[in-house]
Ligand binder design. Structure first.
Ligand SMILES: Cc1cc2nc3c(=O)[nH]c(=O)nc-3n(C[C@H](O)[C@H](O)[C@H](O)COP(=O)(O)OP(=O)(O)OC[C@H]3O[C@@H](n4cnc5c(N)ncnc54)[C@H](O)[C@@H]3O)c2cc1C
Length: 238
């Protein structure tokens, strides 16, 4: 089950492989002149198999190759979003609690009548994983909290709240992972989102599988061209 990287050529060339080609924190293989990212790269015994990890690795490696020697890849958060028309399901981060380990806590909220389920895994006052069923409107926020290892402190009580309510899709659907329409993007830009990453973080667009990012970028650029406040926009990375 799953994908199998095509590593025959690398094996023939004597580059160290396991399930994928082994890379270090610089995404460098055992041959220092060969780097690997994406589906083929195995980092700390993990093959991520998601576009978000491939993008993060590309970002890290691009910085390293352009002279930022401190650019280190430290792994990605695993995410899965199932796209059904009438059912939201996603998981982010570590969703299994090891038996007999009291440092892990599970915070679970269930509402059968609303067909809603939320499980948050907390460790050392940080959210490390979550499952959302019935409403994944918290996906972007949870992903950011997990990736940035943000301390929960008083936010912890909010984890137990019920669903936040799905955002209404305005206009053509652009991001099916997080239900973001072209109109939602335009609203966010009008409200002051001034760079591409901010637009994604604000609306949730592009934070799932990432396949809508080129379209989000087109909308963003189009707005930049047309917008009367175009000079307010800053540079962005993609
Ligand atoms: C059915 C399916 C559904 C998926 N759905 C999602 C999803 O919803 N969300 C998500 O985040 N991820 C998803 N993924 C995973 C995502 O597609 C991969 O993580 C992503 O494509 C990895 O990008 P990549 O460039 O590393 O590899 P790829 O996109 O696989 O590109 C590798 C390229 O190298 C070429 N190639 C292979 N061997 C050689 C060779 N010897 N010489 C020259 N070229 C070669 C291949 O033909 C291919 O074009 C899915 C994958 C599959 C298979």
């Amino acid at each position: 089950i799953g994908t199998r990287p095509n590593i025959d050529l690398l094996k023939l060339a004597g580059v160290q492989c396991s399930r994928g080609v082994l890379v270090n924190e610089y995404l460098q293989t055992s041959d220092p002149h060969i780097f690997a990212i994406g589906e083929i790269a195995e980092f700390h015994e993990k093959l991520y198999g998601i576009t978000a990890a491939a993008e993060q690795q590309a970002d890290s490696l691009a910085k390293y190759m352009s002279g930022d020697w401190s650019s280190i890849y430290s792994g990605s958060v695993i995410m899965n979003i199932l796209k059904f028309e009438d059912l939201d399901i996603c998981s982010i981060g570590d969703i299994f609690v090891p038996a007999n380990d009291v440092t892990y806590e599970e915070v679970v909220f269930t509402d059968l009548s609303l067909r809603y389920y939320k499980k948050c895994i907390v460790r050392h006052d940080r959210l490390i994983g979550a499952i959302l069923i019935g409403d994944k409107s918290e996906f972007a926020e949870f992903r950011m909290m997990i990736e940035d290892r943000i301390e929960l402190s008083e936010k912890r009580t909010e984890l137990l709240r019920s669903q936040t309510g799905k955002q209404e899709v305005i206009g053509r659907l652009v991001c099916s992972c997080n239900h973001v329409g072209a109109g939602n993007l335009q609203e966010a830009i009008n409200a002051g989102c001034a760079d591409f990453n901010e637009l994604c973080n604000e609306t949730g667009a592009g934070l799932g599988c990432g396949s809508c990012k080129p379209e989000v970028m087109d909308i963003f650029k189009e707005r930049q061209k047309k917008g009367k406040n175009a000079t307010e926009f800053t540079t962005y990375t993609y």
